[in-house]
Design a protein around this ligand. Sequence first.
Ligand SMILES: NC(=O)c1ccc[n+]([C@@H]2O[C@H](COP(=O)([O-])OP(=O)(O)OC[C@H]3O[C@@H](n4cnc5c(N)ncnc54)[C@H](OP(=O)(O)O)[C@@H]3O)[C@@H](O)[C@H]2O)c1
Length: 350
Amino acid sequence: MVEACIVGASGYTGGELLRYLALHPDVEVVLATSREYAGLPVSYVHLNLRGFYRYLRFTKLNLDEVTRKCSIVFLAVPHGVSMKLVPELLRTGIKVIDLSADYRLKDPKVYEYWYGRRHEYPELLREAVYGLPELHREEIRKAQLVAVPGCNSTAAILAAAPLVKYGLIDLDHIAVDVKAGSSEAGSKPYPGSHHPERENAIRPYDPAGHRHVAEVEQELGMLAGRSIKVAFTPHAVSAIRGSLATVHAWLKEGVSERDVLRAYTSMYRGEPFIRLVRVGLLRYPDPKYVIGSNYADVGFAVDERVGRIAAFAAIDNLGKGAAGQAVQCMNIMLGFDETKGLLIPPLKPA
Ligand SMILES: NC(=O)c1ccc[n+]([C@@H]2O[C@H](COP(=O)([O-])OP(=O)(O)OC[C@H]3O[C@@H](n4cnc5c(N)ncnc54)[C@H](OP(=O)(O)O)[C@@H]3O)[C@@H](O)[C@H]2O)c1
């Protein structure tokens, strides 16, 4: 049995890590930290976990205890907090999976631009592996530090990657539109998340400067072998979970729908958590049908009239967009079957 710690276990991604790991046959969560709820049972906060984790209580973070009791640690805390914890943890040899944005970007100048602060450990940005198994599986296998991608970035990259990898689109005109549920913003309330303000909202936010675009440009740029700029606009919608990315791009001369289909099937064949959506009562991806799971539903439509492709990826922001993906990375890092503890069908209706 592998012993694990979740730092920031009282939050939404921390709770979702507890939910997935409750089903994992080879991993036991032995430490769950929270400053606010230290001393209380984890089910005091995560009411859905009543009956699970009978003896697990939140504790205050004590790094010595973490490294003494655990061989893997999840950091489910805000960016800035992870930045300082990671180097101390890495020194002890423990494996670290960071769900924050602190170690996702390779270039410290790009980090500073988007996060408004200097990165204190730029040398670790090179060491960290971007935790998207569909692009970095072999690096994740050898990594001590994995930086789990953002939820909107995961959806955007998965939707666009085959088009970029196989050179099917004009790389100078890519626009991403994301619709996202409220849990994406975490469990601490703020004016825009107050129920009367959020319910029934369809609200653009950071329409010309959302931070997640930096990861999308980094990863699509790596696939293309050149730098790429992406236009990116997220919208807050009236849902609790879910992120739907729609990528608008223009197909190169002569590229057919068959070429596009071949690109998606070639890239995602054998991927355990990618489902290519082509048929069904509703034939395009919708987060509604991946809620509660680690699946990403991917699909596309070719708009021949104007030579455009609309590519879609739907995820649960707390699943493939955070905790599910973190557990998938953990399985790879620990040499387990990648799907262990994760083969849960999504909810319906959700
Ligand atoms: N929500 C999503 O859909 C999503 C998706 C992908 C990635 N992420 C990233 O995952 C991380 C966690 O997000 P979340 O949505 O779970 O946030 P959250 O619900 O606000 O939870 C944050 C957790 O961090 C703890 N925390 C806050 N400040 C801390 C500090 N200074 N030291 C130690 N612990 C601290 C909090 O517990 P106490 O205050 O009790 O200590 C809480 O358990 C963030 O970096 C976020 O950007 C979130």
